[in-house]
Write a protein that binds this ligand. Structure first.
Ligand SMILES: [Zn+2]
Length: 44
């Protein structure tokens, strides 16, 4: 799972799911980075 720091915007892999902190600025406000979901539409 990739995380994005809300403070410095760096991305990193979450190493410990119980306590995630930014590796660069120690911010605890992180967002999970989810891959964009591609929706498929049927045009039948
Ligand atoms: Zn940070």
């Amino acid at each position: 799972m990739n995380y994005v720091c809300s403070d410095c915007g760096k991305e990193f892999d979450g190493l410990d799911s119980d306590f995630i902190r930014c590796l660069y600025c120690d911010s605890k406000v992180l967002f999970k980075k989810t891959p964009p979901i591609l929706k498929t539409f049927s045009t039948d």
